[in-house]
Design a protein around this ligand. Structure first.
Ligand code: TRP
Length: 334
């Protein structure tokens, strides 16, 4: 708890471009969470170097991601938006937690298995202990809730196991985090394969709408979006493509599927796709304009980054000092 609020922590990797799916499915809904939770959103650059990165590109992407979060409506006065590498407590706690994590546990992590298959030439120790660093991120802020996708649930589970193991030895040091189960946004699927989630790493550029796409690109992608064979705009099992477009249109306009069906009664897929494209453009335009303004204002952004890193560090140090004392490191002489 911070004050009378529960703590929410989430980390995001600055890889690839954020998609409409990231926005409608997560980001858009995070904007109001700060009323209920003390929110920390970290750009997890320490995690990123478990696979090779181009240094200047990594730096640029990290800054772009932070800027996008602000542009999407996360108020940096109410949400702590910061770079993981600016708070050294993440790495320090990760080391300590490494000593409370078993090789066997880490060996079971499916993401490690997937990533080491994908990067067979660089199966480094960081990739293996990645979940411990993630545990450190979460436990450092005594987070109560963590909004995570399905792919990260196993990492949250190991975080809980590590925290419970530590608490069993040293007393109540860590809050045991839960997955955030509150209202989440629409689950947006690929425009080319509606059985697959829209992903920032999709190789088919037509499958995903990126937050920075210009109006022409957006319209083009929706015109090419895969549809179904019934020929009418109806929300049903047999029409996964249309269902996805209806979810997008609904999320952008606030309309229910019944309202959308009525609006396009007697009309074909073509009209509907145009309307979906236009609704997306209308949502992304103000976001893109804010992004451009923020990018120009280097001083403002630098100030936010500094302020928020200091805020994060304050809470991180509180936990870290407690942990260091518990495990038996000598006290600092003041
Ligand atoms: N591993 C997460 C991902 O790849 C990112 C992440 C790092 C994270 N630390 C976290 C997510 C802490 C939630 C909480 O998506």
């Amino acid at each position: 708890m911070i004050g009378d609020k529960k703590v929410l922590f989430s980390g995001m990797q600055a890889t690839g471009n954020l998609t409409l799916g990231n926005y409608l499915g997560a980001l858009k809904n995070w904007v109001t969470l700060c009323d209920e939770y003390e929110c920390f959103y970290s750009v997890v650059d320490l995690h990123s170097i478990t696979v090779r990165q181009d240094p200047s590109e990594l730096r640029q992407r990290a800054r772009k991601l932070l800027t996008l979060y602000i542009a999407a409506g996360l108020d940096p006065k109410k949400n702590c938006l910061y770079y993981q590498s600016h708070v050294s407590g993440h790495a320090e706690l990760a080391w300590i937690l490494n000593c409370f994590t078993y090789m066997g546990e880490l060996n079971r992590m499916t993401q490690f298995k997937d990533k080491s298959a994908k990067h067979a030439d660089n199966i480094n120790a960081g990739l293996f202990t990645y979940p411990v660093l993630m545990a450190a991120d979460i436990l450092l802020y005594q987070a109560d809730v963590v909004p995570v996708g399905k792919d990260q649930l196993q990492h949250l589970e190991i975080t809980r196991d590590i925290a419970q193991r530590f608490n069993a030895i040293y007393g109540d040091v860590f809050t045991i985090p839960e997955p955030y189960l509150g209202k989440t946004g629409a689950k947006i699927m690929s425009l080319q394969d509606p059985d697959k989630k829209m992903s920032k790493s999709d190789e088919n550029a037509n499958a995903s709408v990126y937050l920075m796409d210009d109006p022409d690109a957006i319209m083009r992608k929706f015109k090419r979006a895969v549809t179904d064979s019934e020929g009418c705009v109806r929300y049903c099992e047999e029409q996964p493509g249309i269902r996805n477009l209806m979810d997008i249109y609904g999320a952008c306009t606030g309309k229910t599927s019944a309202e959308i069906e009525k609006e396009f009664d007697g009309k074909g897929y073509g009209d509907f796709k145009m309307a979906v494209g236009e609704s997306v453009i209308a949502v992304l335009k103000p976001l893109q304009e804010r992004f451009a303004e923020l990018e120009k204002d280097k001083g403002y952004l630098d100030g936010i980054i500094k302020e928020n890193a200091e805020k994060a560090e304050y809470y991180a140090l509180k936990t870290l000092r407690k942990v260091q004392k518990k495990v038996g490191f000598p006290e600092r002489v003041r």
